[in-house]
Ligand binder design. Structure first.
Ligand code: SAH
Length: 343
C-alpha cells in the first residue's frame, strides 16, 4: 500500500516490449495490450482476455490504471474547459475546441510553469512538477470518454512549457502517435514553445513530423526581453537560427504565435519589423487577441489595431491569420481556471 505504481498510460510500445522481454513474455503481447488500452479502451487488465492469467498478474503488480479526475467543466460556444485533479492533488487544465475540421484538445504539460512570461496566468504560479507521459495521455482519454467522440488534433499549449519536460513530452507523442493505438497522425499534433533553443534542435531531429509553434510575441529583443524572460537566455537571433534548422530538417512550416497586447507590441512599426524578421521563412503568423485576466494588467490590443497589423503582414507577403476567439467567457486563457482554484 502507498506505493505509487507507474501508470500503464505512460508506456510507449517500446517500453511495453522491454517490460515483456524482462518478464519472460512474448514481445508481440505489447501490441495486444496497446489494442486493449487504446482501441477497445478497457479499464482493467482482467478484461484483456487474450493474455495469460500470469501476464495479467505481472501487469497488475507493475502498473496502475488510474485515470486523472475531471473536477470541473466550463462551457462556452464550441469550447469546453476541463479542470483535472491529479493523483497527488495537483490541478491542471485542458481545453477542447470544436472546429470545422474536427475538434482539437489543448493539453497541459506541467503543473505550473517556470518561464515567467509576464502576460501569462500560468506563469504566476510556479512550476510544481512536469506531468508524466501517462498524465498527458490521460487528458485525451478522459475527455474522449466524457464527450463520447474522438479528438482529431492535439496541441500542447496548456499549462507549462513542454520543452521543459522534454522526455515525457516525447513519450507522450510516441504513445498518441502509435498507429495501432490512439493513432493520432503526427501532422495533427502541435507542440508550442516559448523558445528553449537547444530543445528545438533536438526536436528537429525526431523521426516523427510533429508541428512546431513558437510563442514569439515580439518583433525585437527589446520588447521580448520585457515580456518573456526566456529571451534573455535565448535571444531572437538564436531562436531564429534554431527555427531555420527545424524547417531545413523537417521541411515543415512553423507557426509563430503573436499575442496582440495594447501599446506593447501592436504598433505599425512592430508589424513592419515582424515582417522583416520573418521574410522568406516557411512560416505563418497567428495573431492572438490577448485574453485579459484579472491578475495581470496587460490589455488586449484594439480590434482596429489588430486588423491594421494583419494588413501590413499581408501586404508584406507574410502568411497570417487572426485566431478566432475561443472561450472568452470561460477563462480559457492558459492557466486561468487553475489560477482561480489555487491561491
Ligand atoms: N509554454 C508554451 C505553451 C503554453 S502557453 C508556450 O509558451 O508556447 C500557450 C500559448 O498561450 C502561448 O503562446 C502563450 O504565450 C499564450 N498565452 C498565455 N497567456 C495568454 C493570454 N492571456 N491570452 C492569450 N494567449 C495567452
Amino acid at each position: 500500500m502507498g506505493v505509487c505504481m507507474e501508470s500503464i498510460y505512460g508506456m510507449t510500445i517500446h517500453d511495453l516490449e522491454e517490460f515483456l522481454i524482462k518478464n519472460n513474455e512474448k514481445k508481440y503481447r505489447a501490441s495486444q495490450i496497446m489494442d486493449w488500452l487504446y482501441v477497445k479502451r478497457v479499464d482493467s487488465f482482467q478484461k484483456m482476455s487474450n493474455l495469460s492469467k500470469e501476464l495479467i498478474n505481472k501487469l497488475e503488480n507493475s502498473f496502475s490504471f488510474d485515470y486523472i479526475d475531471i473536477l470541473k467543466k466550463e462551457e462556452d460556444v464550441d469550447t469546453f474547459k476541463f479542470l483535472f485533479k491529479l493523483e497527488d492533488g495537483n490541478l491542471i487544465e485542458a481545453v477542447l475546441m470544436n472546429h470545422d475540421y474536427g475538434n482539437s484538445l489543448c493539453v497541459s504539460s506541467q503543473v505550473g510553469c517556470n518561464m515567467g512570461c509576464r502576460f501569462c496566468e500560468s506563469g504566476r504560479l510556479k512550476k510544481v512538477r512536469g506531468l508524466t507521459s501517462g498524465e498527458m495521455v490521460s487528458q485525451i482519454l478522459k475527455i474522449e470518454k466524457e464527450i463520447n467522440k474522438r479528438i482529431s488534433h492535439v496541441v500542447v499549449m496548456g499549462i507549462g512549457e513542454p520543452f521543459d519536460n522534454y522526455d515525457n513530452l516525447i513519450k507522450f507523442i510516441e504513445i498518441v502517435n502509435y498507429n495501432k493505438g490512439i493513432n493520432l497522425g503526427s501532422r495533427h499534433i502541435t507542440v508550442s514553445t516559448c523558445g528553449i533553443v537547444p530543445k528545438i534542435y533536438e526536436f528537429s531531429k525526431l523521426p516523427f513530423q510533429v508541428n512546431l509553434a513558437i510563442s514569439l510575441h515580439a518583433p525585437n529583443d527589446e520588447i521580448r526581453n520585457k515580456i518573456m524572460p526566456i529571451n534573455k537566455a535565448y535571444p531572437i537571433k538564436e531562436l531564429m537560427m534554431a527555427v531555420d534548422e527545424y524547417i531545413r530538417l523537417t521541411n515543415r512550416r512553423v507557426t509563430f504565435e503573436y499575442i496582440m497586447l495594447d501599446n506593447v507590441n501592436d504598433s505599425i512599426e512592430n508589424a513592419k519589423e515582424l515582417a522583416h524578421l520573418l521574410r522568406g521563412k516557411n512560416c505563418y503568423v497567428n495573431l492572438i487577441p490577448y485574453n485579459e485576466t484579472e491578475n495581470i494588467s496587460f490589455k488586449r490590443a484594439e480590434k482596429e489595431q489588430i486588423l491594421k497589423f494583419y494588413d501590413i503582414l499581408k501586404k508584406e507577403k507574410i502568411s497570417v491569420t487572426i485566431r478566432r476567439e475561443f472561450g472568452g467567457k470561460i477563462s480559457a486563457a492558459c492557466g486561468q481556471l487553475r489560477a482561480k482554484e489555487v491561491r
